[in-house]
Design a protein around this ligand. Structure first.
Ligand code: HEC
Ligand code: HEC
Length: 295
């Protein structure tokens, strides 16, 4: 089963890669205020020290229409299904208009690190995005076009999130999930094991986030140096070093210089992360509606 999973994961990865490179908004650029945004990104101003809820946020002049339009298109394609098309929150992501990060952001300098760091927002299902600075500036322009103090953004969450079509969910499951999972095998009874639909939905969308009573598996790393392999669980990696914990508990940090030494990462949840960009809001609701029936 394990080797099947890996092979299928690779097939999925290449399919997704194609989907990702056809990014309609990626082709164009904001170009505006770029140097400015860069300078701010280097040294963001300190956050306001909080205080009474309704702080006076600076009312910004709206971004140019073309920036907002590009930002909106990108937002709808990449963010809307979690944060809601109106950015006021969906059943999988917070209200962004009232997010302190967005409120304190000017031209993307505070939003950028949330989008581009590490593996996405830790402990959540938000993936990492590889946007360029112009795309982030576009997104910021769009997010800042909402009135913060206007209509109340604390929209109620729906009573139940089981609003999809279980039959359509089953079909989607057959196409996208059945290569690794089975409704009569590993996922049998998942609707009984996880009775809260929201938890069940988060679990299938992002199993790596764990949760109560769930053990998640670490990303493993293999470094090949002078013909020798050093293996362990990944702790940290950047362009210059990789740090891992070996089976005997020892921690090792190895310097990196381009492709030398060779570093291979294996994230057991990679197939799920790749799926983020594949399914639509409707697919998500349908699949959850289906999984709930697996008693
Ligand atoms: C798969 C779902 C998902 C997608 C897609 C997604 N997010 Fe998120 N995002 C989350 C979750 C979950 C959090 C953590 C906060 C929460 O619990 O809602 C988060 C947090 C954030 C935060 C930090 C909010 C704060 O105040 O802490 C920002 C900003 C953000 N997302 C922006 C975006 C943008 C912009 C996009 C599209 C490029 C995007 N997200 C795509 C689920 C998602
Ligand atoms: C390429 C393989 C692959 C595909 C495709 C895939 N998954 Fe998974 N899934 C995994 C792996 C690996 C895990 C982690 C299992 C573990 O930690 O033991 C997992 C975990 C899960 C879990 C958590 C299981 C539990 O017992 O709590 C659920 C639920 C789930 N997947 C549902 C889905 C659904 C629904 C789809 C389709 C939309 C899907 N998966 C597509 C490989 C895949």
């Amino acid at each position: 089963m394990k080797s099947t999973v890996v092979k299928l994961g690779l097939a999925t990865a290449s399919a997704v890669f194609i989907a990702l490179s056809v990014n309609p908004a990626g082709a164009q650029n904001a170009g505006k205020n770029k140097a400015d945004a860069k300078a701010k990104a280097a040294a963001p101003a300190p956050l306001p020290t909080g205080g009474g809820g309704g702080a006076a946020y600076p009312q910004r002049p709206p971004a140019p229409a073309d920036v907002r339009a590009r930002g909106e298109a990108l937002y709808k394609a990449e963010c809307g299904f979690c944060h809601g098309d109106d950015a006021r929150g969906g059943d999988m992501g917070a209200n962004l208009i009232r997010s302190q990060i967005v409120l304190n952001d000017d031209e993307g300098e505070r939003i950028a690190p949330v989008l581009t760091r590490g593996e996405g927002v830790e402990g959540t299902m938000m993936p990492k995005f590889s946007f360029n600075q112009n795309q982030i500036a576009d997104l910021a322009g769009f997010l800042h076009s909402f009135r913060v103090n206007g209509y109340d953004g604390s929209r109620n969450r729906p009573e139940t999130i089981v609003v999809g079509n279980a039959q359509a969910g089953q079909a989607f499951f057959g196409q996208r999930c059945g290569s690794c999972h089975s409704a009569t095998g590993d996922l049998k009874g998942i609707g009984t094991r996880i009775t809260d639909a929201r938890t069940l939905q988060q679990r299938w969308i992002n199993p790596s986030a764990g949760g109560r009573g769930v053990t998640t598996r670490p990303t493993t790393v293999t470094v090949t140096m002078n013909g020798q392999k050093i293996e362990g669980n990944l702790l940290r990696i950047d362009d210059f070093t990789v740090t891992l914990t070996q089976a005997d508990g020892r921690q090792r940090t190895i310097r990196r210089d381009g492709d030398n030494p060779k570093v291979e990462l294996k994230d057991p949840y990679a197939p799920h992360k790749e799926l983020y960009t594949v399914y639509t809001d409707t697919n998500i609701h349908d699949v959850t509606a289906y999984l709930v029936t697996l008693k």
